[in-house]
Structures are given as C-alpha cells and as structure tokens.
Design a protein. Structure first.
Length: 693
C-alpha cells in the first residue's frame, strides 16, 4: 500500500486519507493507493458501512500532478479511481477543504455525496493549462449544477465559493465544525436513512431541464468568440455538448479523446510552462533564508493613474494605506479616481457595497508627507523624472521609520541612483506595477546593487499579498519588459516605412494572440509619453514624432495612429496617417512594398527575443521563464505560446539566428546581430530552456 494514502475506521465508517503535500495532487502512488483502499473498504468487510475520502494538509486534491503530463501514463488512471468509487455499494462521502480543483473535483464528483468546510473553493481550472477536464468533469459537473453554470466554470476555469457550490447542488452540506467528523456523521445519516446511492453520471434531471441545443450553441458562441486562437475552449464546448447529445459512456470517451489530444499539444505545453515559470519567477536562490517583514501599514506617494491604482491594490488586500499628494486638488482628483473605479466595479456586480465601503475606508489621503512615518512600506509613484524622484527619496529618508521598505514604481530609472539619494540604499527596491495597476497581475521587483535580502523578500511577499505575480529583475534602463518593448516599438515604426500600415501591424499581432497591437496600444497610453522620453534621450521615431507634432496624442485627442469617433475607443484607419507614412518613406528614399503577417510578427518578436538573450547573459533576468512570465502577465503575450523565450525554443534558435542576421543586413541595425548567448545556443542546437537553473 502507498504511504501517501491511509485508512482507519471510525465506528463502521472507513476514513481514507490522502497525504501528499503540498496540494495532494493525485500522482501515481495516490491513485494506486486509492484504488486499493477503496476496493478493500467497498468489499466484503461487513463492519464497514460507508467511506469518507478526506485529505491532510492545506487542501483536498488540487488536481492531477501536472509534472506527470507528457510522460507515459502509469495506471491506474484517475478515471479508474473514479470507477472504483462509483462501483462501491456503500455510500462514499468526499470531505472537501481548501481548493478541490481539476482532477480533485472530478474525484469528488465520483463520490455519492460531497460535504465541505467553510472557505472551500471548487473549480475546474484545466482551461488555464490549455486542456479540458479529462476524468469526467465535463459530464458530471453539468449534471449537478446545470449546463449554464458548468459552462461558465469550465470555460473560465475560475473556482466558485462554497456557498455558491451549496446553492447550485455541487456540495450537499457545509460542515462548520470539524470537517472529517462532520463527513463521518453525514455518512452515518446516509446509511441510517438508506439514502439512495445515485451516481452523478446517472443524474439526468438538471440536464433534461436545461438548455436545448440552440440555447447551448448561442451561449457557447460567446465563449468561442473570446478564445483568440486557443484550442481548449472549443474542445471544452464539444465535450459539454456531448453531455446533451450522447449517452454518458460515449460522452465520457469523447471527453477523454479531446483531453489526450490537448495534453499533447504545443499550446498546453506552453501553458504548463507558464504555470511553473510563474511560481519560479519569485524565487531568488541567494536570499532563500531572508525573512520578509510584516506589513501592517502602507503608503503611496503620488495619486496619479499609477499611484491611485497601487493604492487600490493595498486596500483590496486589506492593508490600510495612506496616499500622499502635493496639493489638495491633486489629492481630491486621485481619491475621486479610486472611488469611481470602485463604484464602476460595484455597479458591474464585481464588488458588494459593504466590501467596497470597507476598501475605501482603508484609504487615507493627505498632503503631509510626514504622515508616512509609521508605514512599513512606502511606494513612490510620482512623475517619471530622476530629479523629482531623487528629491522625494531624500525627503522620505528623513521621515520613514527605520527598517521600512522604500520602493519606487519607476518603469525605467536606475534604482541604485534612487538608493544613493537616501542614507539606506539597503531598504530601497523597485516595484514596477503595470497599468492599470489594480488589474494587471505582473510586478517587476527590481533588485538594486545594495537592496538587502530582507527588503527584496518583503517586496516579493507584498507582491504576492496584493495578488500579483512578482518577477525579480536587475537594474538596467527599462528593466526586462520595457527594455524589450522598446525594440518592438522601433521595429513597428520601420515596418510602416517599409510598407505596412498601422492596422496591418496591429492585426498581425492580435492574430498572433496579443490583445492589442503596438499602435492601438500607443494610442491608448498616449503617444506624447514616449515622445517626451525620446526627446529627453535624443532619440526619434519617424512617424510617431510627426503625429505628436500635429497634436495627435492618441485616444485622448481622438487622433493618433488611428482616428476615434467622439466617445468611441474603436481605432479606425486614417487616410491622413497613411499619406504621412507614404510621404515620409518617399522622403527617406524607402521603396514601400506589402508585408505579410508572418513577416511582420517575426520582425516584431525576434529582436525582442534577441534582447531577451542579452538580458539573460547580463543576469538582469535569472531565467528565460522569468522573461516569459513578464511578457505574459505584463504585456499580453499569449500564454498558449508560452512567452517569447519559450516561443523561440519552439521555433528553434537556429531559425531565429538566421532571420536576425537577415534583419541586421536589411536594416543596418547592429542590434539585430544575434546576441552571443543566442548564437552559442543555436550553434549547439540547444534552446533557452536548456540553460542551467
Ligand atoms: N501538480 C503538480 N504540482 C502542483 C500542482 C499540480 N496540480 N498544483 C500546485 N503544484 C505545486 C506548485 O508548483 C508549487 O510548487 P513549488 O512550491 O515547488 O513552487 C506548490 O505545489 C504549491 O503551489 P502554489 O505555490 O500555487 O500554492 P498556492 O497555495 O498559492 O495555490 C493551488 C494552491 C490553488 C492548488 C494552486 O497551486 C493551483 O491552482 N494549482 C493548479 C490546480 C490545477 O490546475 N489543477 C488541475 C490540474 S489538471 C487536471 O486535474 C487534469 C485532469 O482533469 C485529470
């Protein structure tokens, strides 16, 4: 018998406990142990009248063991475990706590009854890994909660709270006291009351009363529309539709076939890579023993767009936060932005009114910098200018209590220089949030040369607490994300001169899977921002600079690379911009000719990958996966392509090296010459993933 699964009896009830930390994933040994013990408890022993399946540690089974995907399957499969549960003539009760997800929830759906502890969150998140539930989830879940809810859960991958699970019939009871004792009591009642043991797979009433096929197809179309190149959503819909159209045994086989196809796909490999890379990105081996400080109070300096968003992040996470502005007017504007954002979320049903009030109550506004004296962390989010920021850091140095973290939200500037404007560079760190800060998941945590292990550990821990995905990076202009983005921007302008139009460049990237292309993005962010920065650095962008000189700053002026109708955010191609592009190319003697989508994508992404190779060699990023996480969570790189470095590996670095060489010859831009690391790996027939950890 496996040591990861054990059995005891409690007054005639067999309690089978899974203990496979950290999340009780059902790897081979767990599956084998379960089949063995369930069969034993189900069999002849007349002393056992019912079975409870429970888990030790922080959660009920949180899914299949993702590290086993892609390896040859080792029976018994999760399906065999569920079949053993369903074959049991005695009541089987699943005792759920933590996060019963994926294969874990499917296991519970193979039981006759489900009870859960308060706080349990249940879901089928497979779609986020580029797969669909493969052990009956698409067939059993709609039979318990109805098709509409099952579709929402499976297509979003989002878990539901236990109350909701009770109301929709997914769990039978919430146990407020000891969970396993409650599950045993439930099992005894089921025996005493001779409750019928109807298998979930045989329950037809909710399916029968649910949508007809045309309603199903209409609802499904809404999800496929948003799938943007991903294969899993369509497969999930095919499997769910089979619940209505096929006998359950056939539908289960259909689900399995679709699952096996997806699990072997490049999309799922890419999404699994991101799952593990996300967890890796915040790990810094040389500070592993550093202890993060407790954060009871936070402060944010600046209530502009970024400052307001960061303030909301703290308030959302339950941390009282003081926000400081220089004038009462600016402060009021900032606080109004925060309140408006909350009200909009509440109006859309995303936030209960009392919770909104609680969040707003955690925010204190002031124009007195001295008010940050007792904060455990201060995040500076003032105007992006070294002089301005250094002045703020100098003043903070005289106010902030000793040991507190002083972070800057700068997106480009030198954290070491900011550290030097204080007497405690060890407490200074970068925390680069992405706009809108209360929404975007990425947090680049910038480690300065003098940043102490405790400061870095605290910034990472705070990031996690705020629900962010922290990725640790080193100091350089623009860090990892913006440094790579700048190359894409330069190339996008070149493509205009060479023959593409803004909407063609943008469409090539949205077809690739980005939510937006560079020009629509520039219009949204405001073209004047980059213009100002270029001027300060003596740089230029042939088309964007001219647009700015014409007062075309993007959406805020209703004109930029595109035209915007009054009140609309939909970009429309503008013949005036096309003329300007054609004229500029002619003045520069560039002969324009049409460019295909693939050529556009290569020109935009390969130089970024090349820069990523330089970033790795310089040690600015610790691992290629960190760069992938930054691009997926901060810049909308499609997760199903795994981020730029994983994508590069999937194409083969030899191909990328050759294309880069061709770009360098064509444009005369020396930065396109393959970076030494990329060149070496390509020559050795290796990929970025082969780099030692
Ligand atoms: N398989 C293997 N390892 C897993 C895992 C899984 N299903 N889930 C989590 N882990 C690992 C993580 O990689 C992490 O490892 P390290 O400590 O080495 O970094 C560790 O467990 C703890 O995970 P988190 O840091 O994420 O812990 P958390 O408390 O923040 O979150 C969680 C816990 C909500 C369960 C989260 O880990 C999670 O969402 N896991 C994935 C759940 C999932 O997708 N399940 C479906 C799997 S697919 C499936 O089941 C297919 C099927 O139908 C047969």
């Amino acid at each position: 018998m496996s040591e990861l699964v054990s059995m005891r009896t409690d007054g005639g009830v067999a309690v089978i406990t899974i203990d496979n930390p950290p999340v009780n994933a059902i790897k081979y040994e767990v599956r084998a142990g379960l089949v063995d013990l369930v069969s034993r408890a189900a069999g002849g022993d007349a002393g056992i009248s019912a079975i409870v399946i429970a888990c030790a540690g922080r959660t009920f089974v949180a899914g299949a063991d993702i590290t086993e995907f892609g390896k040859p399957p080792r029976p018994p499969s999760a399906i065999a475990v569920i079949e053993a549960l369903e074959a049991c003539p005695k009541p089987v009760v699943a005792a759920l706590h933590g996060t019963p997800l994926g294969g874990g929830l499917e296991l519970a759906l193979g039981c006759h009854f489900r009870v859960a502890a308060p706080g349990t969150r249940l879901g089928l998140p497979e779609i986020k890994l580029g797969i669909i539930p493969g052990a009956g989830g698409t067939q059993r879940l709609p039979r318990l909660v109805g098709m509409e809810k099952a579709m929402a859960m499976i297509l979003s991958g989002e878990p539901i709270p236990v109350r909701d699970a009770l109301d929709s019939g997914l769990v039978d009871e919430i146990v407020d006291s000891d969970l396993v004792a409650g599950a045993i009591a439930f099992a005894r009642r089921a025996v005493a009351e001779k409750r019928p043991l109807v298998l979930v797979r045989d329950r037809e009433e909710k399916l029968a009363n649910a949508w007809g096929l045309s309603q199903f197809d209409t609802a499904a179309a809404n999800y496929t529309k948003r799938a943007r190149g991903q294969n899993a959503p369509a497969a999930a819909i095919t499997a769910l539709r089979a619940a209505i159209t096929l006998p359950v045994a056939d539908a289960l086989r259909r689900e399995r076939d679709l699952f096996l196809e997806l699990v072997a796909s490049d999309q799922s490999k890419a999404q699994r890579h991101i799952f593990f890379a996300e967890r890796e990105a915040a790990k810094v081996p040389d500070i592993a023993s550093a202890k993060a400080h407790d954060i009871a109070k936070a402060a944010v300096i600046g209530a502009g767009t970024m400052g307001a968003g960061i303030t909301m992040c703290f308030a959302n996470a339950g941390i009282p936060v003081t926000v400081v502005e220089t004038s009462a007017d600016a402060l009021t504007r900032g606080l109004d932005t925060v309140k408006r954002n909350y009200r909009n979320t509440a109006a859309r049903g995303g936030l209960a009114t009392d919770e909104m009030d609680a969040r707003i109550a955690r925010i204190t506004g002031t124009t007195d910098l001295a008010a940050v004296a007792d904060a455990d962390i201060v995040v500076e989010a003032v105007f992006e200018d070294m002089g301005v920021k250094q002045e703020v850091f100098g003043r903070l140095d005289g106010i902030v209590k000793s040991g507190a973290v002083i972070a800057s939200n700068t997106s480009y500037l030198d954290i070491d220089a900011l550290g030097r404007s204080t007497t405690r560079p060890q407490s200074v760190v970068g925390m680069h949030f992405f706009s809108p800060a209360n929404v975007m998941r990425l947090l680049e945590v910038v480690r300065g040369a003098a940043t102490s292990p405790e400061t870095l550990a605290t910034a990472i821990a705070v990031g996690r607490k705020l629900g962010k995905v922290p990725a640790v990076v080193g100091v350089c202009h623009g860090f990892v994300g913006n440094r790579m983005l700048r190359l894409r921007g330069v190339e996008a302008e070149r493509l205009l001169l060479e023959g593409a139009l803004p909407h063609e460049v943008d469409a090539a990237l949205t077809d690739f899977g980005f939510p937006m292309g560079p020009f629509a993005m520039g219009d949204l962010a405001g073209l004047d921002v980059g213009w100002r920065m270029r001027k300060a650095q003596g740089l230029s962008a042939p088309i964007a600079d001219q647009l700015c000189e014409l007062g075309r700053y993007g959406q805020k002026t209703s004109r930029g690379f595109y035209l915007y109708e009054p009140g609309s955010r939909t970009p429309k191609p503008d013949p005036e911009v096309e003329r300007l592009i054609v004229d500029t190319a002619a003045q520069r003697g560039v002969a324009r000719s049409p460019l295909g989508k693939d050529a556009i994508v290569e020109r935009l992404l390969f130089p970024m990958i090349n820069e990523g190779a330089r970033i790795l060699r310089e040690g600015i990023a610790q691992r290629p996966g960190d760069i992938d996480v930054i691009w997926v969570y901060g810049y909308g790189f499609p997760a199903y392509r795994g981020g730029p470095m994983h994508y590069a590996d999937s194409l083969g670095l030899g191909y990328i090296r050759d294309r880069l060489t061709a770009f360098a010859d064509k444009t005369g831009d020396g930065r396109h010459r393959p970076a030494p690391l990329l060149d070496e790996l390509a020559a050795a027939g290796r990929g970025f993933a082969s780099l030692p950890a």
